[in-house]
Design a protein around this ligand. Structure first.
Ligand code: 9W1
Length: 451
């Protein structure tokens, strides 16, 4: 095993102020250890974590195995990922597998303060609170005051901080990193292209057990959940228009159909449009759909999907929302222009009245409805994504112990890992599947067979 570098080797004399300079309000903090909003929320947070644990059998299975052998012993992991009950299950699993962990959130709004408090109380080094816009990077920096051997990212902010501010740490101390999202993987590939990547990174995003389940089933359910929480409308019998039939859009449409909606898809890609048709959805242009839709959901990743002339055609009472990554899919400035008045009906539900008296309801101000009005992906879905994170980090540690090095590039996770995680998930669900006989395996390999 290669010697692990000493802790603190790269820590220059830093004078760090606690609580962070820019932050407002009360904090509970122990300098160098944690900084959270309110430690008295810990019991509430612990109950949420317990609940998530009961829904995340794959991670719990990995915890059971590796808490015995503690493969991460002697390794420090810094993470920058949504502080949620699901993430807490991942953190706890890493800790019980021997890791020393420090954490910050990767999004100012996703931190659950109760979960953060519970983690701090468990002795985990955590720097995160809800609404942290001002001290976002302050928190990230605190997680690397003790230099990590491994980094875990969602959106690349930790990797970027290390590369830009502490290149020596990146070059000589950090063994590897993992990245959870599409955006992060794009940024990393750009960094690699520019010759600026300093350590190997696994693209956890690009696994089947992450990508397919997050997008299709995670977004599918949470989007409908968000719409129902924001409006309480009956979905059955409604005409639900989904813009985009990619992974997310198809998941959303599938769930809307399951709730009894008449589903309409709009697309720009011919193959995606055929798939939608063969799934039993109607396909038409947004111009046509605007006239008949009761609920509009954008899931395209593109801007200006619903515009002025669409609003002008919509029925009185139409509901409009977005589940795509940015709040540009619905052209809200044009809706504002058309409206003569606007009022808030309830949380995440705003009514725009147009000149002729028709009312259009915009949910969550066009931001991601599944995050704003619901709770993101269910624990069962995050179970597989985070099991991929765990296994990817384990790959680095096992290779490191054998003195092996990975190429300094953005790496794909081997397909065996997907199969392994899917197998564990099936086992946890009590589902058995068939196994190929040796003869069948031979048949599949034989290029002459079948003639
Ligand atoms: N990630 N545990 C909001 C989530 C924001 C969020 C975001 C998830 C999870 C998509 C990750 C208000 C959880 C997260 C709860 C919540 C994501 C952004 C998760 C769904 C992705 C930009 N991206 N995700 N659970 N906020 O569900 O870690 O409730």
């Amino acid at each position: 095993m290669e010697n692990l570098k000493n802790k603190g080797e790269f820590t220059t004399e830093k004078v760090v102020s606690y609580p962070p300079k820019k932050a407002q309000g009360k904090f509970d903090e122990v300098p160098g250890k944690y900084c959270v909003r309110d430690l008295s929320l810990a019991d509430e947070g612990q109950k949420l974590i317990d609940w998530a644990e009961s829904r995340m059998p794959v991670l719990m299975h990995l915890r059971e195995i590796y808490s015995k052998t503690k493969p991460f012993k002697g390794y420090k992991i810094s993470g920058c990922l949504h502080v949620t009950k699901e993430t807490a299950v991942l953190i706890r699993t890493l800790v019980e597998s021997g890791a020393e962990v420090s954490w910050s959130g990767c999004n100012p709004l996703s931190t659950n303060d109760a979960v953060a408090a519970a983690l701090a109380k468990q002795g985990i080094s955590i720097f995160a609170w809800h609404g942290n816009l001002e001290d976002f990077y302050w928190c990230i920096e605190r997680t690397i005051d003790i230099p990590p051997h491994l980094t875990l990212d969602d959106g690349c902010d930790l990797i970027n901080t290390v590369h830009e501010k502490y290149p020596e740490m990146a070059k000589t101390h950090i063994i590897g990193g993992t990245e959870e999202t599409t955006t992060g993987v794009h940024r990393l590939r750009a960094r690699q292209e520019a010759g600026q990547l300093l350590y190997p990174v696994f693209a956890v995003n690009d696994t089947e057990t992450k990508w397919d389940f997050d997008n299709v089933y995670g977004t599918g359910q949470s989007t409908l959940d968000g719409i129902m929480r924001a409006t309480s409308v009956l979905i059955a019998g409604k005409t639900v228009v989904v813009a985009g039939h990619g992974h997310c859009g198809s998941g959303v449409a599938k769930r809307a159909k399951g709730l009894g909606a008449n589903t309409v898809i709009t697309e720009v890609k011919p193959t995606a449009a055929i798939k939608a048709l063969l799934e039993g959805h109607q396909v038409m242009t947004m111009d046509q759909a605007a006239e008949i839709g009761d609920i509009f959901i954008t899931a395209t990743g593109c801007k200006d999907v619903i515009r002025k002339w669409h609003f002008e055609k919509m029925k009185d009472g139409a509901i409009v929302c977005n589940t795509g990554h940015y709040d540009v899919e619905i052209n809200i400035p044009e809706l504002e222009e058309l409206a003569v008045s606007k009022r808030t009906i309830r949380e995440n539900c705003e009514e725009y009245t147009l000149k002729d008296g028709r009312r259009i309801y915009l949910l969550a101000q066009g931001r991601l409805i599944n995050l704003a009005a619901a709770e993101g992906h269910p624990s069962e879905v995050m179970d597989m994504s985070f099991a991929n994170q765990f296994m990817a980090l384990l790959r680095f540690v096992e290779a490191h112990k054998e003195g092996k090095k990975f190429p300094i590039e953005v790496m794909d996770i081997p397909p065996e890992q997907d199969e392994y995680i899917a197998t564990l998930k099936l086992q946890s669900m009590g589902v058995q599947i068939d196994k190929l006989t040796p003869e069948q395996e031979q048949y599949l390999k034989d290029y002459l067979a079948g003639t």
